[in-house]
Write a protein that binds this ligand. Sequence first.
Ligand code: ES4
Ligand code: ZN
Length: 327
Amino acid sequence: MSLASFVQRMPKAELHLHLEGAVSASTFAELAARNGVALPAGKPVAELYSYGNLQDFLKVYDLVCASIRTADDFSRVTFETLERCALGGARYVEMFFSPHAHLAHGVAYATMLDGILDGFRRAKERYGLVAKLIPAHAKPLGVEGGERFLDMVLAERPAEVIGIGFDYDERPNPPPMFAGIVERARAAGLNVTNHAGEDGPADYVRDSVDVLGLGRVDHGYHVVDDPALVEHCRERNIVFTCCPTTTLTTTVWRNLAAPDHAIRRMIEAGLNVTIHTDDPAMFGTTLDREYALVAENFGLSPQALKTIALAGLQAAWLDDGVKQAWI
Ligand code: ES4
Ligand code: ZN
């Protein structure tokens, strides 16, 4: 069996995917035209998704967000996203989305939820794929903005919303700023995760674990800069949701074949690494492709790939009983 078909068939969990970053360039162009969003002048559709760093990327990401307006738009992009997850062999998806970027264009939170949950329902019916939702707070909007974000999430809370995330630029928004929000979310029964150590320092990974008390960190690559922290995270079995292709744009590790690539070192150090796509359409990838990249570049055996896939399923924010049914 080829590597591609082996990784495609292996049951996998997608735990780090942003809905808006999963919108194909052609759907983006179509929605933007319909909803009156101007695209960058002089760029063919095929070239919309190219950027040199995280900040560049986030500018285009905001444009994609702006192009999604109605509940039908949300349902469409959600279904199309989950369809690609299912075809890549995902059995379970935890999906981030960015409410603030839609609120900015007058879209009600209820409209977002209606459309996304309709997309979930259709993907379940068609592919048997189970999906959950993680609204994410954009850290540059600060603590005040974060408190209002959490109020909104708690005020209208379907069962599919299982946690909150924090994303966008890490600096100058260190994790401890958000400790009060994390505590309130957790007290309300929500799970919490934080983007840290993508282009921010190892300290932000440590703060996520020790100050915020998180068991999951999104990206986390700069953990490798601090051997004591690596050991600390290994002992505590912290889950790192890593996204190989993302690193080629947003981090200092832009060569997956290099022996010092952070994800390779994290795996070799025995950290609990899981593999995901982040923004699959905007970074031109799929879940099965990310697994194949890791296998080829890090020289992993099929058994090592299975261990990673299993770690992803085990890291899902689901009751153990539900997980056992898959594993
Ligand atoms: C993101 Cl790659 C990345 N980093 C931080 N925040 C994000 N939101 C969507 N993709
Ligand atoms: Zn992300």
